[in-house]
Ligand binder design. Structure first.
Ligand code: SF4
Length: 428
């Protein structure tokens, strides 16, 4: 069985020469602290201590507000005015908070000190704090630091900074056995599906990064092959490459086509024959294509506009245009890593308008002029656009929801169909 290709999906030009509009200006994005919301669920013995202000605490609480935990695994060491004014020694305060936390929570094995705008403004050196506290609490607790500060970032960069900070802690591979390292947070259910698929293909050993437990960190070395599950991890990839790992060239596992090409990149690297690959993946591909068909009826021909937010925009646009025949009005992304996204760019229609960066007023003007059927955007833009009659999809939901792999392809399509159906009912 072959993947359905939409009529608009003509073969495209060299991705390195594609024309991209670059914009800078006012931005409407969440900061990197937001990544804590999904990372704390993924690494189950980690704690994320934001060193920040009440604003940072509110952001985390409201972003994570849908989840209720008896013992949450994130918190904020709130810097009061006297800290910000330099009237107290913020390092002493931080040591006191960490000591209290670890005494109360012996289940914490990995503590991230997460920097914020306020901690950076007062130049609180969290790298030294992490080193100092590590000496005190090692080996029971590993203490690392990264920045989630939001001045020039978007929210998925928090995961990149977090994982990059963890790379130096990975043990060195002890032998020459080739291994696969899948990087980027995936829902456990998706991870389990991929693990079964790799097992069926005879690919292994396979590890996922971040791991579910910090006490089971994957090893890395020159025979480690990196397969990116998320497109927003350039610093993590660089840090792993500095440890000798090699990145496999692949698109991202969104939709049937992306998942197949992603798995095939691993299969090729591990010498799996094309016949064996087809035999293992065919039933899943066929099932996923059948499930997608219903959504194609709903979505084909609908016009979609992406505001830059999650960094998932380009793989999503590729999936929606090629497998569901949606029309791409504009695809904007906060940062365009041409090397990591090369396979995706090759598959986008030639005439799509690509934008890197944000000048929100100009983008809103273009969106209003184009009147797309649906706009994918951050929470801050969704309400005004809905009020103007433009249906929206929150991009942050696409990071929280399991969307990768064959089993989730139809669920991903549904995420775009649902708001359109709802709007149709409202205006009927
Ligand atoms: Fe805190 Fe800065 Fe994020 Fe605002 S943008 S929540 S001040 S880190």
């Amino acid at each position: 069985m072959t993947v359905h290709v939409a009529p608009c999906a003509a073969p495209t030009a060299d991705p390195t020469t594609r024309e991209v509009r670059t914009e800078s200006g006012q931005r409407e994005v969440f900061c990197g602290l937001t990544g804590i919301v999904w990372l704390h669920r993924k690494i189950q013995d980690a704690f994320f201590l934001v060193v920040g202000s009440r604003t940072c605490a509110h952001l985390i609480q409201s972003a994570a507000g849908v989840m209720i935990f008896a013992e949450p695994r994130f918190g904020t060491a709130i810097m009061e005015e006297k800290d910000l004014a330099g009237l107290t020694d913020a390092n002493d305060e931080l040591d006191r908070v960490v000591t209290q936390l670890l005494a109360r929570r012996p289940d914490i094995k990995l503590l991230f000190l997460v920097g914020s705008c306020p901690s950076e403004v007062i130049k609180l050196d969290l790298s030294r704090a992490a080193l100092r506290l590590s000496q005190r609490f090692s080996p029971d607790v590993r203490i690392l630091h990264y920045s989630g500060s939001g001045i020039e970032t978007t929210f998925t960069q928090g995961e990149d900074a977090c994982l990059a900070s963890l790379v130096p802690a990975l043990p060195a591979a002890q032998d020459d056995t080739p291994s696969l390292l899948v990087i980027g947070s995936l829902a456990d259910v998706v991870e389990d599906q991929f693990k079964r698929m790799f097992d069926a293909l005879g690919i292994g050993p396979v590890a996922f990064f971040p791991p579910r437990r910090s006490t089971a960190l994957p090893s890395v070395g020159p025979n480690t092959k990196i397969l990116m599950a998320q497109p927003f991890l350039p610093d993590t990839v660089r840090a792993l490459q500095e440890r000798g790992a090699k990145r496999l060239v692949a698109p991202f596992p969104l939709g049937v086509e992306g998942t197949t090409a992603w798995l095939r990149a691993a299969a090729d690297a591990f010498g799996v024959s094309p016949a064996e690959f087809d035999k293992v993946t065919e039933p899943n591909r066929a099932r996923a294509e059948r499930a997608l068909a219903a959504y194609k009826t709903e979505l084909a021909g609908r016009r979609i506009f992406f505001f830059p937010d999650s960094q998932l925009e380009i793989p999503l646009a590729r999936f929606l245009s090629r497998e569901l025949a949606m029309q791409l009005v504009e695809v904007a992304t906060p940062y365009l890593h041409r090397e990591h996204l090369a396979e995706e760019l090759k598959m986008l229609p030639l005439d799509v308008a690509l934008t890197e960066g944000q000048d929100v007023d100009l983008q809103l003007d273009r969106c209003r002029a184009a009147r797309p059927d649906i706009a994918v955007c951050g929470l801050g833009l969704a309400n005004p656009l809905e009020a103007e009659g433009i249906t929206t999809k929150w991009s942050i939901e696409l990071v929280f929801t399991p969307i990768q792999g064959y089993e989730q392809a139809a669920d991903l399509a549904e995420l775009f169909a649902r708001p359109l159906v709802r709007r149709a009912k409202l205006v009927a």
